[in-house]
Design a protein around this ligand. Structure first.
Ligand code: B12
Ligand code: SF4
Length: 488
């Protein structure tokens, strides 16, 4: 079949992100013998026009649309992408009657609401490599794909059943398959986004209360062999030149042997790779930090969420504040740059817990801190299920419309307090309270050849001084009106 795959993501902050998931789906569909073309809407000046032209030229039998982000998960400066996704589907419908298949992480979090909002013909919830190929085979045969695992049909009516779609999570998801980067402008992402991306495993065994990752990827790890990952990285460097890479795993450094094997293999082949990743403080000891640094890790995003034991417990984290501080110290000592990602205002938060987390962070002197004020609720997470069971949210209320929880006890206190922390520290990013980066600055920094995550620059006093200017006049209220948000 002639299949046109469309990457709908036009977000370029904090960076334009190469559509790795769609590249995997493209590779699987190509391997199955289909004729594949792609349209990437990220960079074009007239993306919808380009899309319509591509459809007219290629005359696809099926269109696959990748929907990565629901919204930017930041409050109150929320960016909701639904209208952009609607525009894409409308543009396609204007020029073809080919069925539209929806997929991607945003779609997988809310499959039924997206089917209804975008009027897709079919959808794939979860991983697409096998499910999409099976769907194409059914369409080619003229049989009904409904009932295939992961397939969502337009007849699904119960919007609240959004997380009930059984999905495919093959253990051998990567065997013999490389993302079809050749179909996309990968070098442009490396240039404009400062890095490429590679996935070494899927899944997460932890159970943090608000997190969608175990829903998306499952709660067991399905890892690739270190040799296979490094083969891919080596080929990337050969095909596209030496460049920085982000390992997109939910957390790279757990289980320990996985990251250690990966680092050993990078060192054994003397790759001189610069890479960064998400990490957990759990078991992040001196040896692991030093091994990662020697293997080329130059930036680690620690999903600490809080640095106060009570709040860590309420968030369902599997570590305490002392573990965070210890991991931070080991990383800094090993020469790794560390960015803590935090969530303030989740259920149970108090002024005291906010102050304690901030005090602990000050003492730890990390490279950067990215903090969200308010937690985005998604269907099916332990936190949403609990709030629904307690009658604090209504069934179906948490969906496509950005919906944030801000603990009433800290609602008035949080915005001013966090902005004062950011002003004092200079290395804080508050995406919901002040735009993290202007598109022009981001472009300029990349044009200057700066690669890897940009938060690493906050180690420089000049960058900290520039960052402080954003918080000179801290808002003591949430300030920014946004009619599309909802707060408890
Ligand atoms: C790594 C990561 C990042 C890194 C990316 C680094 C890099 N250079 O790649 C960074 C930190 C930069 C980042 C930034 C953001 N991220 Co992010 N990120 C992730 C993460 C952990 C992995 C994404 C990934 O690469 N997965 C691997 C690929 C292979 O999987 P995939 O894309 O899901 O694709 C599979 C399926 O979805 C499906 N599929 C995909 N497309 C299609 C198409 C069709 C037709 C079909 C049938 C199937 C299909 O098949 C694929 C293969 O199995 C996910 C969470 C997660 N565990 O998925 C969040 C996630 C994607 N991010 C999210 C968000 C919100 C963001 C930001 C908006 C946050 C912010 N405010 O800055 C930005 C947006 C950046 C941008 N320009 O778009 C959300 C998106 C959903 C949502 N909640 O809106 C996620 C799901 C996390 C969450 N909170 O739930 N992110
Ligand atoms: S927050 Fe991190 S460690 Fe916790 S469940 Fe999500 S991906 Fe796993």
């Amino acid at each position: 079949m002639r299949v046109l795959l469309v990457s709908a993501n036009r977000e370029r902050i904090p960076d334009p992100i190469f559509p790795l998931g769609l590249a995997y789906v493209a590779a699987a569909a190509r391997r199955a013998g289909h004729s594949i073309a792609v349209t990437d809407l990220c960079f074009g000046r007239r993306p919808l026009y380009d899309l319509r032209r591509r459809v007219n030229e290629f005359k696809p039998d099926v269109i696959g649309l990748s929907i990565r982000n629901v919204d930017n998960a930041a409050y109150p400066l929320t960016v909701d992408y639904l209208d952009r996704h609607r525009e894409v589907v409308d543009s396609v419908r204007a020029v073809t009657r080919a069925p539209v298949v929806l997929g991607g992480s945003a779609f997988s979090i809310l499959p039924v609401p997206y089917m209804q909002a975008l009027d897709g013909d079919w959808g794939i919830a979860g991983e697409g490599e096998q499910a999409f190929v099976q769907l194409l085979a059914a369409l080619a045969r003229g049989t009904d794909p409904a009932g295939l695992p992961g397939v969502v049909s337009r007849n699904e009516s119960d919007a609240s059943a959004s997380t009930m779609v059984p999905v495919q999570r093959p253990a051998d998801w990567a065997t013999g398959l490389r993302p079809a980067r050749d179909l996309f402008d990968y070098p442009r992402y490396v240039r404009r986004g400062g890095m490429g991306n590679v996935q070494t495993k899927r899944g997460c065994v932890f159970k943090c209360s608000y997190c969608t990752y175990p829903l998306l990827e499952g709660n067991r790890f399905r890892a690739r062999e270190a040799g296979d990952v490094v083969d891919e990285v080596e080929a990337l460097m050969k095909d596209y030149g030496r460049h920085a890479v982000f390992f997109v795993d939910s957390i790279l450094n757990f289980p320990q042997d996985h990251v250690e094997n990966l680092c050993q293999e990078i060192l054994r082949r003397r790759l001189r790779l610069r890479w960064s990743c998400y990490a957990t403080p759990v078991k992040l000891g001196r040896e692991q930090a030093s091994l990662m640094a020697r293997a080329g890790c130059d930036g680690l995003e620690l999903g600490s969420d809080a640095v106060e034991d009570g709040q860590l417990g309420r968030l369902g984290k599997s570590f305490d504040a002392e573990t965070v501080a210890r991991a931070n110290a080991h990383c800094l000592k090993a020469g790794l740059r560390v960015c803590h990602t935090l969530i303030f205002g989740a259920p149970g938060e108090t002024e005291a817990s906010v102050r304690a987390s901030c005090e602990a962070l000050r003492a730890m002197r990390p490279t950067a801190v990215v903090a969200m004020a308010g937690v985005r609720l998604y269907p099916g997470t332990p936190l949403t299920l609990r709030l629904a069971a307690e009658g604090r949210i209504l069934p179906g209320e948490v969906g496509l419309q950005p919906f944030f929880y801000v603990e009433p006890a800290v609602r008035d206190f949080l915005p001013g307090y966090l902005q004062r922390q950011a002003l004092a520290a200079g290395n804080w990013v508050l995406p919901g309270l002040s735009p993290p980066l202007l598109p022009t600055s981001q472009r300029l920094l990349r044009a200057l050849g700066i690669s890897g995550p940009l938060w690493r620059l906050l180690r420089f006093s000049a960058m900290r001084a520039a960052s402080r200017t954003k918080f000179r006049r801290p808002n003591t209220s949430w300030g920014i009106p946004n009619l599309r948000r909802k707060v408890l």
